[in-house]
Design a binder for this molecule. Structure first.
Ligand code: SF4
Length: 473
């Protein structure tokens, strides 16, 4: 309804943005920040590409067949773009992330209907690129590496992420593992200044976060400038984060065994809110293969790090990454990997068959392992890892543990959250009333990938530890 004599106010122009994200949590974080930088231009989230004015494909080069998946998605979007054009609508199409960084030229050659190609370090320039794309005839390409510029130019107010928030503190990698594209697509290691990280963490907590996971391709190589002008390691940063009022839990991922220094290990002993679950990729249990992978550590060094971590935090559980069938891996090397898995035990792990990534040293290495052999090794490893995960989940039954409630469960009247070991936990309860609280839950049943239980009679305090010692992980 309008007031007589006055022109109706036009609603602000709303545009819709759809982002498809492949890959790791860092890509999820990047997608959220791309949405943040486009929000002032009037872009609100769309549920599907069909309802969008702009589609961003945020790609991951680590995934198998990354470029095939991208080009088949681009083929579908070309049809959508045509449909929209025939009804007078415009669809801006952008490709972001590591595949854009590594294969920008190929993307514009094979898919000339793409409007924008941007590398991981340039998404703060998106508004400018959208404006340029609306004027340009061809694609706008930005794949530079000025990583510090990106963080300096991102908006300070980020969209709330919910009870668990992710915060990138470090990007890039200088390690050049033989099989990995990250050093080529994300550039050299860069750490954000501690003050910027702490300010972002406080904003996330003010927006409702109770758990923050610090992210980095090599997060424990963090060496950001502290307010005192000195380089802070990750241990120091975590201690400062632990003082943020309202924050209940801390995690960090992904770590490299080489960068697990004593100060960081000590932080695991000192900070109860640093959760007893750590992702520490080892990739192989054979020194020969680790050397061929250029990992910069051997099995003995990995063992020493694990021993120190478990001495600091006896309830610590580990997850890891494994690659089977790296060029030159023999049956004896693979047996050494199986032996290490049996010895250390990993309640969660990600395992993959080696597959060559163009431009990486291992891609052209001799002694590639036959596909059938890789399949057999992967199956054997995954069977062992599944057994360990099930055993770990079963060992939680009967335990009363703190669960951070993050929302409703799948069924009505059910709340869901995460255990200290990152397991999803379901329990009967009022999710809205419990949201963002750590509550004691007695675990009644273990499922392959989750736990279920009941709210314990009395609720424990802030950051309470499990009331029973868990079985060794
Ligand atoms: S440490 Fe190795 S696997 Fe990890 S990001 Fe760097 S090069 Fe890739």
């Amino acid at each position: 309804m309008t007031t007589e004599g006055q022109a109706p106010l036009a609603p602000p122009a709303r545009k819709r943005l759809f982002i498809r994200t492949w890959g790791c949590q860092m890509n999820v974080y990047d997608s959220a920040r791309m949405a943040d930088v486009l929000a002032p231009l009037g872009y609100a989230p769309a549920e599907a590409p069909e309802g969008a004015d702009m589609v961003i494909l945020n790609t991951c080069h680590i995934r198998e067949k990354a470029s095939e998946k991208l080009f088949s998605e681009l083929g579908r979007l070309r049809e959508l773009k045509k449909e929209k054009a025939s009804s007078g609508e415009k669809l801006v199409l952008a490709v972001a992330g590591c595949v854009a960084q590594a294969e920008g030229a190929e993307i514009t050659a094979r898919a000339p209907w793409v409007d924008i190609v941007l590398g991981p370090q340039t998404y703060h320039k998106l508004p400018e690129m959208v404006a340029r794309a609306s004027r340009a005839a061809g694609a706008v390409i930005e794949t530079d590496f000025p990583v510090e510029d990106k963080f300096d130019h991102l908006p300070e107010v980020a969209a709330p992420q919910g009870v668990t928030a992710f915060l990138t503190v470090q990007e890039g990698c200088d390690k050049f593992c033989s099989f990995c594209v990250v050093p080529y697509t994300r550039g050299a290691e860069y750490s954000r200044p501690a003050a910027a990280v702490l300010a972002e963490a406080r904003r996330l907590v003010a927006a409702g976060a109770r758990e923050i996971a610090l992210l980095g391709q090599n997060v424990n190589a963090y060496h950001g400038e502290g307010p005192d002008g000195r380089a802070w390691g990750l241990g120091r940063l975590l201690r400062e984060m632990a003082d943020i009022p309202g924050l209940l839990r801390l995690r960090y991922t992904t770590s490299h065994p080489r960068d697990m220094d004593d100060d960081l290990i000590a932080a695991h002993a000192e900070l109860p809110m640093l959760m007893p679950f750590l992702h520490l990729p080892v990739q192989s249990g054979s020194d020969r293969v680790l050397q061929a992978m250029n990992r910069g550590h051997g099995v003995a060094e990995f063992r020493r790090v694990v021993e120190k971590l478990r001495a600091a935090r006896p309830d610590l559980a580990l997850s890891s990454d494994f690659i089977v069938g790296h060029p030159g891996e023999t049956a004896a090397d693979f047996a050494a990997t199986m032996a290490l898995v049996r010895e250390v035990e990993f309640p969660l792990a990600y395992s993959f068959k080696y597959s060559p990534r163009p431009g990486t040293p291992a891609a052209g290495a001799p002694h590639q392992v036959p596909e059938a052999e890789k399949d057999a090794r992967l199956q054997a490893l995954q069977a062992l890892l599944r057994e360990q995960q099930a055993g770990f989940n079963r060992s939680r039954v009967g335990m009363t543990m703190q669960v951070l409630i993050s929302g409703p469960g799948r069924h009505p009247g059910q709340a869901a959250g995460r255990s200290p070991w990152l397991q999803p936990v379901h329990l009967p309860g009022d999710a809205a009333a419990l949201l963002g609280r750590e509550v004691p839950v007695t675990i009644l049943a273990a499922h392959p990938n989750s736990l279920s239980g009941l709210l314990a009679a009395s609720e424990g305090g802030h950051n309470a530890q499990p009331r029973e010692e868990p079985a060794p992980a």
